[in-house]
Design a protein around this ligand. Structure first.
Ligand code: ADP
Ligand code: MG
Length: 666
């Protein structure tokens, strides 16, 4: 049986706007192994068209092309891939070596695409290259060797997978007489070893060497002349293990991408640096949010005792009506806000005895301390001599207040008052400790005054809280005062002391579950944290817009890469690369760009963060940029994902390229 048989093959090229052009007309011919066939004919007669069809690069034809009895017309992509990997090898007039790969990598490419083991690959390629007399050059790039050497490399590449058919389209067209002779000798040897060699040539000298000359004119075979019997001397059986159905491995794809990127190093670096800026900004914004939040929480927490849980009665529940359906959500929100403001500025609801009992009975609660606190503008004040200071917070002292924040004097006892730094500053230039001040409060409906001795100053200048004007007396004093005015003081805040600081969290949660509120400060901190989170994400999202720019940049660069590598893609397809493999090579490239830009972005973020922190340490005493580990991971992931997304279109385009057209590209 013939290796290759063509039956009534017609080939039409679609020409825009015109009748299809018929390039091959009813071609019927068959070839045997060991034949060295010269295809001759004028330019444009259809020789290359014929080569592309029998090489399986072009599957659009009428008629039958049978390889060992299998019809190429019925082949699917996988069948063509197998055909290219195992059965045909190509040699082109313009060599078509991949310029950024060395000779060894060029020759092993077909095996790389078949995922042959590395040792096997290199062993086999070295064998074939040494057969071609190229042992000394295997690490050179194609542009470092002569034309004759290039063609020998191309032949080595075609032979390395031990195919049945070698298709050579004017293999000596670009060579001088001497190297033509060498290459012809090699090709003749191939036929002698039992392969079918089909070679297009213009040269009578070359055709004279062949065992058979097929003349083609205007798409038809016009002459078919045998000079000799097939050349088989010895049929060399392949020592190669079957290539199997393995494919390009991820590792190889990454390596190929790396080799290509090295070729265009400065361009790829620029893109990576460019897109790293987006990643850096996002990481820095998140780190800034993180730093500010940590700072605020630390500051807030430094004022409270870690053993203490502050409890307040739930806010007034007239809100039921606010939830009814006939109100717009805007109105409901406004009302809600109003209520929140009110509850912040006036005293909270008082605790009833059963509330106190219930809270004291909670597990891990060592003791319960009653307190009273009031936030107000204007009404409450402390006077000394001619001077007066408004107080925003009036409260009874409790274990909730951290004694470490006492900057001067002592904790207040009976008849004493503790003032915040800002209040003390307003009342006198020098120390207020030991002096008698008049405290004026609005109790119920009446405005009443009483004298107290200043025991101490709470909060220092560098604290965030020192600006808050506040005054503190003991609960007992306030209680006496209420009784003196014929009123009863009901605690509106309760402090639960835990056995250990570890219990505080669970107590806080239980109290919340029971429907009570935590401290106003806690609520404020939470609100602040939430606002800060939103702000951080907004900032990060704004910074993230530059990621879109990165994506577009990567898309453009990969597109350029596809255009530049069109010919290489054609070569890879001729060597048996699947669409998927081509896509994988470009996606790997995008993956690497993403990885590099992520790493560069993270490095930049750390560098810039360090600088900013030096500055903020000087000014605020705290590092304001705190890069969390998850932000690093996220930055890297975003960078990789974005650039892989950006590679979708270019890699799709590369995979879809037509091998015949790609190979024709100069
Ligand atoms: P040869 O290799 O013998 O010089 P080709 O096989 O390349 O000739 O081309 C045969 C004919 O088919 C020529 O007339 C050429 O113009 C035409 N042809 C080749 N490729 C295409 C194509 N992609 N679209 C339209 N016409 C084509
Ligand atoms: Mg041609």
């Amino acid at each position: 049986m013939s290796v290759l048989t063509l039956k009534h093959v017609n080939k039409y090229y679609k020409v825009a706007g015109n009748q299809p052009f018929q390039a091959l007309k009813d071609v019927t011919v068959s070839f045997d192994k060991g034949e060295l066939v010269a295809i001759i004919g004028e330019s444009g007669s259809g020789k290359s068209t014929l080569m592309n069809l029998i090489g399986g690069l072009d599957s659009d034809f009428d008629g039958e092309i049978l390889f060992n009895g299998q019809n190429l017309g019925t082949f699917k992509e996988a069948d063509f891939v197998k055909y290219h990997k195992e059965n045909v090898g190509f040699v082109f007039q313009s060599f078509n070596l991949i310029s950024h790969l060395n000779l060894l990598d060029n020759v092993t490419m077909a095996m790389t695409l078949a995922n042959t083991s590395k040792e096997e690959r290199i062993k086999r390629a070295k064998e074939v290259l040494s057969d071609m007399g190229l042992s000394d050059h295997i690490y050179k790039k194609p542009d470092q060797i002569s034309g004759g050497q290039k063609q020998r490399v191309a032949i080595a590449r075609a032979l390395v997978n031990d195919p049945d058919i070698i298709i050579a389209d004017e293999p000596t067209g670009a060579l001088d007489a001497e190297t033509t002779e060498q290459v012809l000798e090699i090709i003749t040897d191939i036929a002698k070893r039992g392969k079918l060699v089909v070679m297009v040539t213009h040269s009578a000298q070359v055709a004279g060497h062949c065992s058979r000359i097929v003349s083609i004119d205007n798409g038809s075979i016009v002459d078919d002349k045998r000079n000799s019997e097939p050349l088989i001397h010895e049929e060399v059986k392949s020592s190669q293990p079957a290539v199997g159905n393995k494919n390009l491995s991820f590792f190889s794809a990454i390596r190929l991408a790396l080799l290509n990127m090295k070729e265009k190093l400065s361009r790829n670096l620029l893109v990576a640096v460019g897109s790293s800026i987006g990643i850096m900004s996002v990481i820095l914004m998140l780190a800034l949010g993180n730093g500010v939040k940590t700072y605020i929480n630390d500051t807030m927490n430094s004022f409270v005792n870690p053993l203490v849980t502050e409890v307040r009665m739930p806010a007034d529940t007239q809100g039921e009506e606010a939830g009814s359906d006939d109100q717009t959500s805007l109105e409901a929100m406004q009302r809600q806000q109003q209520m929140e403001m009110q509850s912040m500025l006036t005293a909270d609801a008082p605790f009833q005895t059963e509330n106190l009992d219930e809270l004291a009975a909670l597990p891990n609660v060592k003791s319960l301390e009653k307190g009273y606190s009031l936030l107000s503008f204007g009404a409450n004040r402390v006077a000394y001599d001619e001077n007066e200071s408004m107080i925003l917070t009036f409260a009874t002292v409790s274990s909730n207040l951290n004694e470490s924040n006492l900057t001067a004097g002592n904790w207040p006892e009976a008849g004493q008052i503790m003032l915040s730094q800002s209040v003390a500053d307003e009342l006198a230039e020098d120390s207020m400790i030991g002096r008698t001040v008049t405290l004026t409060l609005t109790l119920g409906e009446q405005v009443v005054s009483r004298e107290f001795d200043v025991s101490g100053i709470f909060g220092s200048d560098s604290d965030a809280m020192s600006g808050m004007s506040a005054a503190y007396v003991t609960f007992e004093d306030l209680n006496d005062w209420y009784q003196a005015e014929n009123m009863t003081l009901e605690p509106n805040v309760v402090f639960l002391l835990a056995e250990t600081a570890d219990d505080t969290e669970s107590i806080k949660n239980k109290v919340k579950d029971m429907g009570y509120q935590g401290s106003a400060q806690e609520a404020m901190t939470n609100m602040f944290n939430e606002m800060l989170d939103v702000l951080t994400y907004v900032l990060a999202a704004v910074a993230g817009i530059s990621l879109v720019v990165s994506a577009i940049m990567i898309l453009v660069v990969l597109n350029i890469s596809v255009v530049e590598r069109t010919k290489e893609i054609g070569i890879l397809k001729a060597l048996g690369a699947r669409k998927k493999d081509i896509r994988r090579i470009f996606v790997s490239e995008a993956f690497l760009i993403g990885l590099f830009s992520g790493v560069i972005g993270i490095a930049f973020a750390f560098g810039l963060g360090y600088g900013i922190n030096q500055f903020s340490l000087n000014v605020f005493d705290v590092p304001i940029i705190q890069i969390a580990n998850e932000n690093i991971v996220m930055g890297l992931a975003i960078s990789v994902v974005i650039s892989m997304l950006a590679s979708f279109l270019p890699s799709q385009r590369a995979a879809g390229l037509d091998p015949v057209e790609s190979l024709r590209r100069e």
